[in-house]
Every structure is written in C-alpha cells, then in structure tokens.
Design a protein. Structure first.
Length: 256
C-alpha cells in the first residue's frame, strides 16, 4: 500500500468525490464503497454514498429499495434520505437499462448527473462516493453507459478488483478504458471473493506490477460478516486507506 496518494484529488465545492466501478458484477463494489465510507466516518469525516440506479430491488415499508443502496445509506453521516441515494430503482434482477426499458423509464446521463450534482451541492460532505452498476461499460440506455456518467461528472475513479480467475485481464482492461476516457484513477482495491484462491499472492503481485494506480487496500474474505453489512464494512475499513488525500486529512480531523 502506498504511503501517500499519487492521484489528482477531485475537490468539489463541498469536499472530495469519486466514482466507484468494478471489474465485473458481483465483485464487492458496494461492500468496498461502504467500507471506504465507514473508514471516513470513523475518522471524523462527513460522508455520503450515492447509487443513483439500481435493479434487483424489493418492497419494504418505504417502498421499493435496494440492498446495496441501503448499505451505502448506513454509512452516511449525517443521515441521507433513501430517495436521494437511489432515485431510479427497479425490481427485476437484470441489467438496469433493460429493467428501465421494461418499466417504461428513460435513463439519461444528463438527468442522473443533475441529480448527483444537486445532492453534492445541498449535502456538504467531506467524502462522496458515487457507485455505478456492474462494470465500466454497463449501458444506461442504447447510446450511453455508466462510464459516460463518470465522464460528465469529471470524477476520479476507484476500481474494485474482485480477486478471482481472470481478474488480472479484467482489471488491466478496465483501467486502460478509464484512462482512455480521460479520467484519473484514484486507486484500486483488491477484494477477496473466496476464502482460498489458488496463487492469490501471485495474482496480487501481478496486479501491483501492472496497474498504474495506487492500491488503496487488500480486503480479505469476510463471508462470516456479510450478513451484517454495517459490521462487515467497518471491519473491512481497517484494511483500506482513503483516496484523494483524505487519509492525512482524516487523521488531522480525528485528532481534534
């Protein structure tokens, strides 16, 4: 893990923001985003996590909600209303652009961008993380991808690498795509997806050698903790460092 941040920080008028993407779907993107927010929160910083579009939602007393968005909401301090975190939500566990089409809803980058900018302007936080869905090129509609949202927001990107067979190729291609799109990579996090992964140390060494970005941490397998999202995120936070210069800033805040 690097001793200092080498990426260009993204300072909004109200703090620092970054876009969280992954090498694939189901690689722990929300888990890592929640853990980064937990680290910031526990070190005295204000936080908010936004997942503007989500499928695979379920009904509760507040209406249609998403597990990932609830996990991010649990790490927001001061608290953030669910609607602000996840305004576009769909029940089917399918790609968001297909779920939206089935629901007769148009997902547009400009509209989603405007919501995120309003939220960052009205809720002043030290750290805001905006989570996409799936990987970098997951579509929002027939013409736009989630990557276009990150580009329009001009946010540095945090890449979550799920440690499994094929992750080296996926991580390198994703990082190359992010850089080709003109965005900075604030760092990457390696997340263990299984208790025992063959040649995991070799895979991590290769990632360290080939990814031109700071490693923000390596999170071990935490299967026993995953039933309690808040506890798991707080435990994982100890394996991470904050992006964009916030680590040293949070140390200063926590000492006050």
């Amino acid at each position: 893990m690097p001793s200092q941040d080498i990426s260009r920080p993204s300072f909004t008028s109200h703090g620092i923001a970054a876009f969280v993407t992954g090498t694939d779907t189901e690689i722990g993107k929300t888990f890592i985003a929640s853990a980064l927010l937990a680290r910031a929160r526990m070190r005295g910083l204000t936080t908010q996590g936004l997942k503007p579009v989500a499928s695979d939602c379920f009904e509760n007393h507040d209406g249609l909600v998403n597990v990932d968005a609830l996990s991010l909401q649990a790490q927001c301090t001061p608290p953030v209303d669910y609607e602000a975190i996840n305004p576009w939500r769909f029940a089917p566990a399918i790609a968001p652009h297909i779920a939206a089409r089935q629901a007769g809803v148009a997902l547009e980058v400009s509209v989603i961008e405007a919501h995120i900018r309003r939220q960052m302007a009205t809720a002043s936080r030290d750290l805001t993380l905006v989570e996409g869905a799936g990987g970098w090129r997951v579509p929002l509609n027939d013409e736009e991808d989630f990557s276009d949202l990150a580009i329009q927001l001009e946010l540095p990107v945090i890449l979550v690498v799920g440690l499994r067979l094929g992750c080296i190729n996926h991580a390198r291609l994703t990082l190359e795509a992010i850089e080709r799109d003109g965005l900075e990579v604030a760092g990457y996090v390696i997340n263990h997806l299984e208790a025992d992964i063959e040649v995991s140390e070799d895979n991590m060494a290769t990632l360290s050698r080939t990814l031109r970005a700071p490693c923000l941490g390596v999170v071990p397998w935490m299967h026993d903790d995953l039933s309690d999202c808040r506890h798991a995120a707080e435990r994982a936070a100890s394996y991470l460092q904050l992006p964009c210069g916030l680590e040293s800033r949070s140390e200063h805040v926590s000492e006050d």
